[in-house]
Design a protein around this ligand. Structure first.
Ligand code: ADP
Ligand code: MG
Length: 665
């Protein structure tokens, strides 16, 4: 109601940060670095930048604000452009990887921390920025942590530069100390009590438990929206589906009218127009039920939530030393995160949080604080970036919490394997080129190998397709139909080539949207891939790398694919079962892979990533020739002379094929 009856200007004045606006600006005027602490929803993200603008800082440069999450950068920029009554992309804009919504007019720029980090490569002093607000610093994302070290130097070099670090209620003193004891400014809170209900017993199936709880609230409790925390897209979709189903059953079996429930998912890969829905007020008499990842913990503030249902789990990227790679894994969240989640119910009035875990789990099993990303993930990109910034010895870099040495060494090893670092740990020519691309080292390597093997056109498409969410659309109620549609695109022995095939067919159908719908493909995903492709093409042009093509000679392309994934090469062990060549880790073919229904399984494959669900599944797989691994790869591939069954197999296959073709003629 508030959002409807009050103008945006009035809403701004109602925020807690408004009461301290002048004091805050005074502290900023008097100090080069300030840490600002406030509850979620107090107005830090949307107001600080505007206050700085109103106080004149934008006359001599841009006010930049970094976000660990893309969704937050986009949604907040949109909100602020509305509050300032300008078009998004004009005075207020945002930049995320592969998407720049700013112009020469832009004075307030929201961006992911990754974008700002890449900007430091081109402009070490960040001269175009007058102020940087490092928002959500408590999240301790990998890029934010690296930025801490880099911005500290900018602060020392540029007297005219200001830095504001904002944080939810944790870690503020640590941040202050890092910058030499700078002031910490507290925004007074305005929160309501939240009643916390723990589960009596550990819960077996939290999707089911959450759905049940939400339905109970909806039927028996007073007004107020519901927010459910899940771990990721699949679970969120499953939850939304189950909720909708339960509602339908209820409506058809009940004699009374059932109040409406508006079920709204939110996760980072959700298209922006659907994301925006969570902020819209539901119709009169309708309750909103938002099903979110931990994005709704602090990054996005949704008003009107009275009930929170917390599974107690979240997805985290962790480096698994045994596998030698990052895996997205489901973990219990920390106590601090659980408290943040509960707090979402107390923004508009007194609320309730239903925890689907026991009090004992909260007290004894959960960590007090989350582990910073820098201490748990692969540092490949960070190492490349810092090396290119001439930080020779990474252990000397000013990290707030240094990453474990083992992580640094592992990441350096992987870069060496890819040919980005030489034997003494310095960037090679390939390494220098890799830094130019806003891509993971793996995909950058694939591109550069495409250059070398003269199949860049093809590889560029594959890399672009791998940089967007899966384009395959698989509605639950039409699973068979969509699987059949997908199979039509299969290129035997390669999911990478299948992606290329999809793109090429879309192209030969004039990039049409209706064609995508007919073939169970997400048109938005494909359009995004096309955009990414054109941006990467621009970078290739500036590097004067010509767009060569091998005219779809599959083996040449597969060789380029192979060169990117030495660390993800696997050898056949049993039916559908592989082991990683380097460390013997088991990994499995996923039923959705083009290799699954071949009728045989290739002896050697490489894969894009490993996904842990019920098993370790390889995601996006291509069969490779073991010779290539030996030829292109480092020493750990000692493929025996005799071990060329894949080659034999392919010869056989070719013979079969020619025989068949002859017969057909
Ligand atoms: P903080 O950063 O301190 O958590 P924000 O500045 O994000 O606070 O939020 C302040 C207020 O602006 C909240 O009441 C929130 O609901 C509102 N708001 C933020 N983003 C949007 C949006 N995209 N649409 C509508 N309201 C929004
Ligand atoms: Mg915020």
């Amino acid at each position: 109601d508030f959002a409807k009856s009050k103008s945006l200007a009035q809403q701004r004045q109602y925020l807690p940060i408004f009461t301290v606006r002048d004091d805050l600006l005074q502290v900023v005027r008097e100090n080069q670095v300030v840490v600002v602490v406030g509850e979620t929803g107090s107005g830090k993200t949307t107001q600080l930048t505007q206050y700085l603008h109103e106080d004149g800082y934008t006359t001599t440069g841009i006010v930049g604000c970094t976000q660990p999450r893309r969704v937050a950068a986009m949604s907040v920029a949109k909100r602020v452009s509305e509050e300032m009554e300008t078009e998004l992309g004009d005075k207020v804009g945002y930049a995320i990887r592969f998407e720049d919504m700013t112009s020469s007019n832009t004075i307030i720029k929201y961006m992911t921390d990754g974008v700002l980090l890449r900007e430091t490569l081109k402009d070490a002093d960040l001269d175009k920025y007058r102020v940087i607000v490092m928002d959500e610093a408590h999240e301790r994302s990998l890029n934010t942590d690296v930025l801490f070290g880099i911005l500290k130097k900018v602060v020392a070099r540029r007297r005219d530069f200001k830095l504001i670090v904002t944080s939810a209620t944790l870690n503020a003193d640590k941040f202050s100390k890092f910058f030499g004891g700078v002031p910490v400014f507290h925004i007074p809170g305005r929160t309501f009590p939240v009643n916390i209900m723990f589960s009596k017993t550990p819960c077996e199936d939290y999707v089911e438990a959450a759905v049940k709880q939400a339905m109970t609230i909806h039927i028996t409790s007073g007004p107020g929206d519901i927010l459910i925390f899940m771990t990721g897209q699949e679970e969120i979709e499953a939850t939304c589906y189950a909720l909708a189903e339960r509602m339908e059953q209820l409506i058809s079996s009940s004699t009374k009218t059932v109040p409406k429930l508006s079920i709204l998912p939110i996760y980072s890969q959700l298209p922006a127009d659907l994301q925006a829905k969570i902020f819209q007020k539901a119709e009169e008499g309708t309750r909103k039920c938002i099903v979110a990842t931990n994005i709704a913990e602090t990054s996005l503030t949704v008003d009107g939530i009275f009930y929170v249902i917390d599974t107690g789990y979240g997805k985290m990227k962790v480096y698994n030393p045994r596998m030698g790679m990052d895996v997205l894994q489901v973990f219990p969240v920390s106590r601090a995160a659980a408290d943040q989640r509960a707090g979402r119910a107390g923004r508009t009035g007194p609320g309730t949080c239903y925890r689907l875990f026991t009090e004992s789990a909260y007290q004894n099993e959960m960590l007090p604080n989350p582990v910073p990303e820098i201490q748990r993930t692969n540092l490949g990109n960070v190492v490349l970036l810092l090396k290119s910034l001439k930080v020779e010895n990474l252990l000397d870099f000013d990290f707030m919490d240094p990453p474990p040495q083992e992580n640094i060494l592992n990441s350096m090893y992987q870069l060496w394997v890819l040919g980005a670092l030489n034997n003494v740990g310095a960037l090679t020519v390939i390494g220098w080129k890799m830094v130019e691309f806003p891509l993971d080292p793996t995909l950058a390597k694939m591109l550069l190998m495409g250059e070398q093997l003269e199949c860049l056109d093809e590889v560029l498409t594959i890399v672009s397709m791998l940089s967007v969410p899966s384009v395959f659309f698989r509605p639950k109620d039409r699973a068979e139909e969509s699987d059949a549609a997908r199979e039509k695109f299969f290129v035997p022995e390669s999911d990478h080539l299948t992606l290329l095939n999809v793109y090429l067919q879309w192209k030969s159908n004039q990039y049409r949207g209706d064609w995508c719908n007919d073939h169970f493909l997400h048109v938005k995903g494909l359009r995004k891939a096309r955009e990414v492709r054109s941006q990467l093409l621009d970078i290739l042009k500036t590097l004067k790398i010509p767009l060569t093509s091998c005219h779809m000679e599959w083996d040449v392309v597969r060789k380029a694919i192979c060169s990117a994934y030495f660390h993800n090469a696997a050898r056949l062990k049993g039916v559908g079962e592989y082991v990683n060549c380097r460390n013997g880790m088991p990994c499995h073919l996923h039923p959705s892979s083009a290799l699954y229904g071949l009728g045989y399984t290739p002896d050697y494959v490489v894969y894009h990533e490993l996904v842990l669900t019920t098993k370790e599944y390889m995601q996006c797989v291509t069969a490779v020739d073991p010779q290539w691994l030996a030829e292109l790869g480092p020493m750990f591939f000692s493929v025996k002379e005799t071990d060329t069954s894949l080659l034999d197999h392919k010869k056989r296959q070719k013979e079969d094929k020619t025989a068949m073709e002859e017969e057909m003629e």
